[in-house]
Design a protein around this ligand. Structure first.
Ligand code: MN
Length: 248
């Protein structure tokens, strides 16, 4: 089994090492990751400057985005992996945040290249990465064993897995979920530099949940479950399409 590992937090991120540990000894592993932290890049690609590919201790590193990394692996290095695994991201990728996520986008790029792909995120402190490694190993190779049962991974989308930041014994189980909505309090923060000019930080803290339904990814993780959402990148709104077509 050939597995390509990628992330959006950069080649030195502890989450990438944790993911490598989860798949260690299970196949032929190749690591490719951005040289720097590139979270929030979504599906961006670099087309206005050259890319450098370097071989380093952890694997290959690219001076570009997460999606650049997957493109370089498949079209530059001509790798033909059986699976792309993206993560383990530092922080959750839940609800509408998947639209900003470089972690999810790297997995989607795997699918666009015909490879079944999974995105993994740890919804909190990296001190729980050992737990996330263990949970990832279980999900991938034991129960349900996604890499041994690839038919469970969508062929035209990705599995988006979010692991709660809890000790293993406090994780209640797995929920198969749909995407919720995530809103942030204080999304734009204005501050002043030492010379009195305004500058801004985007970000903020996730707002309160609108629902406790465990069918929704945000709620499932909040209540201590691993959330697994199958995503598709066909963004067509079929109901709206029908309405428009009915205009004749
Ligand atoms: Mn990230």
């Amino acid at each position: 089994m050939k597995i390509l590992l990628v992330n959006d937090d950069g080649i030195t991120a502890p989450g990438l090492a944790a993911l490598k540990e989860a798949v260690q000894g299970r196949g032929e592993i190749t690591v490719i990751a951005p040289q720097q932290q590139r979270s929030g890049m979504s599906h961006a690609i670099t087309i206005d400057q050259p890319l450098r590919l370097r071989s380093v201790e952890q694997g290959f590193t690219v001076t570009g985005t997460p999606v650049d990394c997957v493109i370089m692996a498949m079209r530059g290095l001509d790798l033909e992996p059986d699976f792309v695994l993206s993560g383990i991201n530092h922080g959750a990728n839940l609800g509408t945040d998947v639209l900003y996520s470089g972690t999810v986008a790297a997995a989607v790029e795997g699918v666009l290249n015909g490879v079944r792909s999974i995105a993994l995120s740890l919804a909190g402190s990296s001190s729980f990465l050992p737990t996330a490694t263990q949970v990832a190993r279980e999900l991938l190779f034991e129960e349900p064993g996604f890499l041994l049962r690839p038919e469970l991974i969508p062929a035209s989308g990705v599995l988006n897995i979010n692991i709660p930041a809890l000790p293993r014994e406090r994780i209640k189980g797995v929920r198969y979920t749909r995407l919720g909505v995530r809103r942030y309090d204080g999304m734009v923060q204005r501050r002043q530099d030492p010379w009195g000019s305004d500058y801004y930080w985007l970000g903020g803290i996730p707002g309160t949940l609108e629902s406790n339904e465990l069918e929704i990814d945000v709620a499932a993780v909040d209540q201590g479950y691993v959330s697994i959402t199958p995503l598709q990148f066909d963004l067509t709104d079929y109901r709206a399409l029908e309405r428009l077509r009915s205009l004749g």
